[in-house]
Design a protein around this ligand. Structure first.
Ligand code: ADP
Length: 429
């Protein structure tokens, strides 16, 4: 039995074989004839072994190779060994695949594996439930033939998968899905769909609650403020109660502006489908901003307005005005008297940029990323003193997101800040 390949053994056998025929040739006096017969026998024997191998490889159902002899025994056994190795490897791969599929089935989200042409390679049970896929019938189908929402088609076309896509479930209208696509394996894609109906429902309830509470608080606060003003008028200035009343009035004013800001924020958050075809007159908006800024600055600041009034953006006027006026009032409130505030509106390569630059207190880098969070203030005392609610930049962020834009902040502590945003070209007249 051949255990392994041995070139030395092969050559020895060949030499012995031909030596025998050479000897016979010498004995009978026909060396060439004898060697020729030997070669023919060898050729015939090799062809026979080759045909047995061929038969076994293509037609025979047995797993074990035919019994070979001589050099062919090594060949048969070698092939058999390779087959065994392959069978073990296939077994290992199959159990790995089974484990992967079990893992993907255990995911709380729908998972679909797509090839580079966006054809379905595999999907888990949740994908069948929430995306309405049928397995194995949908194997090999293009995903956008089965999920036919226009937003999904344009999401695939753009092929920018950093941001997730929100989509109503094709299987049930009452469910909202958050779809993410990520690169996977060899140019494949993994689609993960998560049911976010409950999260959205809770967010809606929270917004509604805040809006209702703010609305309900508005009337009692107005009444309180009215009476406080009236009482203050009747008490002489030097009186101890006069000071207490003016403090109460100051605080009720703060509370009222907070309630109003909360209402504005929830209104802006709710207004997702704004009319982006409406043209906003920027010269009118800038004039309003200028008047507001002058009223706030009361001649104590240098105000510079530099704008191109031929650039009119599309969008919601109230929202954009609210965003711009928050930025301008912040610039004044966080700058010492005598400082300079520069407001500009100009064309840039990606659209039109609105920017507010001040020479104020500036912001340390660690605070910048958190400025748009609700109630986030860098310096609580300073914000309170300047009448801040901590909601201004949150309003700006939401208003801008409805105009496909983002707030950008550059600031140096003690030197000043620049708050800016770019309205993209497709929203410019
Ligand atoms: P607030 O009502 O407190 O001003 P905002 O949401 O408008 O709330 O701003 C959040 C925080 O960002 C402020 O409390 C302030 O610390 C900081 N900030 C905003 N604008 C400026 C600015 N122009 N210069 C320095 N700090 C600023």
């Amino acid at each position: 039995m051949y255990e392994s390949y041995s070139g030395y053994r092969l050559v020895t056998r060949l030499v012995v074989f031909f030596l025998v025929f050479l000897l016979v040739g010498v004995l009978i006096g026909h060396i060439t004839l004898s060697l020729l017969i030997g070669s023919l026998i060898l050729l015939f024997w090799n062809y026979r072994q080759l045909s047995r191998l061929n038969y076994w490889l293509w037609l025979d159902r047995r797993l074990t190779p035919p019994q070979g002899s001589g050099t062919w025994e090594g060949v048969f056994n070698g092939i058999y060994r390779l087959q065994g190795k392959n069978r073990r490897r296939v077994g290992q791969l199959a159990s790995l695949l089974a484990r992967f599929r079990q893992g993907a089935e255990a995911l709380p989200d729908a998972a679909v594996v797509l090839d580079s042409e966006l054809n379905i390679v595999w999907c888990n049970k949740l994908a069948q439930l929430s995306l309405g896929l049928v397995w194995p019938q949908d194997n090999g189908q293009r995903i956008n033939n089965l999920i036919r929402h226009p937003d999904f088609a344009s999401y695939l076309r753009k092929a920018k998968f950093d941001e997730p896509l929100e989509l109503p479930s094709p299987a049930s209208d009452s469910h909202l899905l958050e779809i993410r696509l990520m690169g996977y394996g060899d140019r494949q894609l993994l689609l993960i769909a998560r049911d976010i109906s409950r999260i959205r429902q809770l967010e809606g309830m929270r917004r509604e609650f805040v809006a209702n509470v703010s609305h309900e608080l508005k009337t009692p606060l107005t009444v309180l403020q009215g009476y406080l003003e009236m009482m203050q008028d009747t008490i002489p200035e030097g009186d101890m109660n006069h000071h207490a009343l003016s403090l109460m009035q100051q605080q009720s004013k703060r509370m009222k502006s907070m309630v109003e800001q909360l209402l504005v924020l929830s209104r802006i958050e709710d207004a997702v489908d704004i009319d982006l075809k409406h043209t906003i007159s920027m010269s009118k908006l800038m004039k309003t901003l200028k008047e507001e800024a002058e009223a706030l600055a009361q001649g104590n600041y240098i105000l510079k307005f530099d704008y191109d009034d031929s650039i009119d953006p599309h969008g919601d006027e109230l929202q954009l005005r609210s965003a711009c006026s928050n930025l301008v009032s912040n610039a004044i409130r966080y700058t010492d008297e005598g400082g300079t505030i520069t407001v500009s509106w100009r064309l840039v390569s990606t659209g039109a940029e609105f920017s507010v630059q001040d020479t104020g207190y500036g912001i340390a880098p660690q605070h910048i990323a958190r400025l748009t969070e609700r109630f986030y203030r860098v310096d609580d005392a300073r914000s309170r003193k300047s009448g801040g609610t901590g909601l201004g930049l949150s309003i700006v962020k939401h208003a801008l997101s409805h105009h496909h834009s983002e707030l950008s902040v550059e600031s140096e502590l003690g030197k000043g800040s620049t708050f800016s945003f770019v309205i993209p070209t497709h929203l410019i007249e």
